[in-house]
Design a protein around this ligand. Sequence first.
Ligand code: UDX
Ligand code: UDX
Length: 455
Amino acid sequence: MANLLCIGAGHVGGPTMAVLAQKCPEHRVIVVDINPAKIAAWQSPRLPIYEPGLEEAVFSCRGKNLFFSSEVDKNIAEADIIFVSVNTPTKTFGQGAGKAADLQYWEKTARQILQHSRTPKIVVEKSTLPVRTAEAMERIFHSQDRGLQFDVVSNPEFLAEGTAIRDMEAPDRVLIGARDTPSGRKAMQAIVDLYAHWVPRERILTTNLWSSELSKLVANAFLAQRISSINSISALCEKTEADIQEIAHAIGMDSRIGPRFLNASIGFGGSCFKKDILNLVYLCEYYHLPEVAEYWEQVVRMNEYQQARFLSRILSSLFNTVAGKRIALFGAAFKANTSDTRESPALHVCRALLEERADVVLTDPHALDNARVDLGEEARRVTFEPDPYRAAVNAHAIALLTEWTLFSELDYENIYRSMAKPAFFFDGRNILDHRKLFQIGFNVHSIGKPSLLHT
Ligand code: UDX
Ligand code: UDX
């Protein structure tokens, strides 16, 4: 039996360790966090985050071999393997502000591990980090002569929100990077053995430390790049009457390109893509590779452009003024099946409309509480309405911003009747039947498709 500890009980730490505990019943798994309220929630019937399958996973082993605790120091002392999944947000101050990763929590955690360790530890980097962070960690661990062995292993997470449990249970691959030394190889094997409980061996990749660290940033950069690529072409479609969904289908059937991640949208959101690309950009600048930095920065610029374009379209369609007009925003989450609103393009649209003095009504099945917190002061000027039908009453326009299935199942004839006329529909996710909306009476704008307008 080994004691597995995870520091950071967030979107990554919670689901990851719940599945590890389920799959490795002989090990004792403890998840700690500096935020006692979060730990209390993990110990309660109402978990702090919403993920399909998470409750089943947690409830099946909580109290048996899965525990949540606020006692960080004591649990460090008793652990054999420590996963670190504390947050690494974009730095907001000093050198690298707006791009580089803020590693203050990370370094503090490394020092805390050093201070409270009495036995050798394997420390696993779960959070996304700049390449060569393990080197800095090793230097901290060896800064005092404690006579203890510390091995740093990189094992990045590839969990997408909404499918985190499934991604953990049936991963495309598990990546484990370590030093090519006798103790590094032994540490790597210990982590391989954990995943080998349920992941086929050929899906467990072992690499050098730096490849593993960098692969995580590169995976997110490539995924985001696909979205920016398809979104850039959607702008051209809107000028030429080509249809972005037909194009995505046509190119996606080329097996070299593949069909996934080709949905044109109002842009990508979420806590990772922007942060990780900017981190990559900063690293390229740091290593004096300005052309490479510029290349990747353009992925973020294109994402901003896509959102700006969507907003301009709303404004120009509504006769260049939305001041005092009720506008219903369908969706606040950064994507469907999550309550997460971090970097949500929906909230970006919301803020921009508030700036234009629109009367904004926001509806979402799971994300209104988070949206209220994220909007801060501006939340006072927004109406939060859980019922989409009520949100649309007297609205001049609906903008669909999150691809919840619920929004494609509404009775739009009923909704149309309740709205101000002419009524506009902006489908920022291309999930509705636009011809049908047009027949009902809406003026319809979507992404990368010809607009359908009543004259
Ligand atoms: C975070 C990062 O955003 C991501 O880049 C990385 O890959 C994994 O960690 P996430 O789990 O989504 O992802 O973050 P969050 O939900 O904010 O959880 C981080 C947790 O760490 C928080 O609960 C926070 O309280 C905790 N924490 C932070 C500590 O326990 N100790 C600290 O010193 C700092
Ligand atoms: C992402 C990565 O997928 C995951 O591997 C990593 O560990 C964390 O970052 P996540 O941010 O949870 O996961 O969501 P993801 O499904 O990747 O979507 C990100 C954003 O891109 C969302 O706003 C989504 O709506 C948008 N998106 C996705 C599109 O606009 N079009 C697409 O075709 C796919």
